[in-house]
Write a protein that binds this ligand. Sequence first.
Ligand SMILES: Cc1cc2nc3c(=O)[nH]c(=O)nc-3n(C[C@H](O)[C@H](O)[C@H](O)COP(=O)(O)O)c2cc1C
Length: 214
Amino acid sequence: MNTSTLSDHVTIEPSILYFGTPVVLLTTENEDGSVNLAPMSSAWALGRTVVLGLGREGQTARNLGSRPDLVISLPGPGQWRAVERLAPLTGRHPVPPTKAHGCRYEPDKFTASGLRPEPSHLVRPPRVAECPLQLEARAEHVRLDVSGDHLIVETRVHKVHADPRLLVPGSHHVDPAAWSPLIYNFRHYFGLGPELGHSYRTRTPRDAGAAEAV
Ligand SMILES: Cc1cc2nc3c(=O)[nH]c(=O)nc-3n(C[C@H](O)[C@H](O)[C@H](O)COP(=O)(O)O)c2cc1C
């Protein structure tokens, strides 16, 4: 291998390791039956399981510990400002001292964000109407992570709602060219760039030119 073009890496001590994952909005049910809405980006899917990483002091973590129903709504890049309006808010009162400086209590985060609730089919918390993909789910396993600061929540998805404009016509496949997640990349928001190619396992292949570009 020719190593002359490789850069010399340096070791660093970054304060965060948010290397670019999709933003999701979680709706959960508070003790009094009202709704909490919170953005997060430590989420990934494996089959019908979606794993979430949540600060243990937040209202969302508290809710999922005792009321497991939730909706995982996925905003697109156009919703980033609404997501950021939620960023300094918590549904927990009083605000825990571990929350970031400037964080304040907000009992009605839908109104505060300008987003609209839409009733779910199977679970009590509502979906976020503006989000093109919405997953009704239930938390099945909740445990502390190795640091003790976060909860790792394994959820099972029971119903998937999609904006029909995202679908390959006549199928249940999300068209990857139509859907763009909102990416949280070291605390900055991005959409997707153009397609580079596709996996050999895709069921929604596009033109051969894109595949050749891999
Ligand atoms: C884009 C974005 C991504 C975030 N990702 C996470 C995350 O992955 N896990 C987490 O615990 N908090 C995350 N947060 C912070 C929570 O949204 C924040 O702590 C909020 O106060 C939680 O609300 P709650 O206390 O009502 O649950 C994120 C915030 C933003 C704006």
